[in-house]
Design a binder for this molecule. Structure first.
Ligand SMILES: [Mg+2]
Length: 233
């Protein structure tokens, strides 16, 4: 078997449980905005999807620039209540608040130790569709690079994240890469079809529902270095 040289990681729901963090960030940011402008109809998930599609039609980069998407949505929600320059300022400040809160994550048990250990034997990279910045965390020091949808100008499961990862490490091939993530399509299907080895993080006992063979999975970060050693060395 080809030896692995580079391990790439998804972030949200792979290194931490993202739901509680985003919900908290969203609630606090909305409260803050309402304090400035009064009550707002935030709408339900369908409204959000429609609004998103609307915005993407006018500016296709919104599809992968989720920070811009969020700012534009804030503006849309308040621009009938304030002047457009006020809306701009409020949306920017609200986004700053959101992005700070969005980084208040709790790493899964064992993440820091596993990354520290793996970083001694492999190059490590981040491939995320989200807007968390790994370098805002202590564990950022274990990573050689991070590619978000902003750099990729696209989202997983499309291939730009993976192609860019290849360019970060000299003389490496997809066969020498291992990608680890929680998402069956965005992470596992995406990497698998490029010939990248995959390891599925499944700590919620989720059923494998893809048409191709389930990859090896794991649920405990404390065991990850050992699992990688067993599988690939
Ligand atoms: Mg994820």
């Amino acid at each position: 078997m080809t030896r692995i040289k580079l391990i790439t990681f998804d972030l949200d729901d792979t290194l931490w449980d993202n739901g509680p963090t985003i919900t908290n960030a969203e609630i606090l940011t909305r409260k803050w905005i309402e304090k400035k402008v009064g009550r707002i109809e935030w709408g339900n998930f369908d409204d959000f999807i429609n609004l998103r599609e609307d915005l993407i039609r006018k500016d296709p980069s919104i599809a992968w620039d989720i920070s811009k998407l969020r700012k534009e949505i804030f503006k849309k929600k308040i621009n009938h209540l304030v002047t457009s320059s006020e809306a701009e300022v409020i949306a920017n400040n609200a986004f700053d608040m959101f992005i700070n809160k969005r980084h208040e994550v709790e790493l899964y048990d064992g993440v820091a130790n596993a990354l520290k250990s793996l970083s001694m034997d492999y190059s490590l990279g981040v491939l995320t569709n989200g807007n968390a910045d790994i370098y805002r965390f202590e564990i950022g020091k274990y990573f050689d690079f991070a590619i978000s949808s902003i750099e990729a100008k696209d989202s997983k499961p499309n291939r730009p994240h993976f192609d860019k990862a290849l360019q970060k490490i000299d003389g490496i091939s997809f066969a020498e890469m291992l990608h680890i993530g929680d998402h069956q399509i965005n992470d596992i299907f995406a990497a698998n079809q490029l010939g990248i080895k995959t390891l599925w993080f499944n700590n919620k006992n989720t059923k494998w529902v893809q048409a191709f063979e389930k990859p090896k999975d794991f649920s405990d970060w404390n065991r990850l270095p050992e699992i990688i050693k067993e599988l690939y060395e």
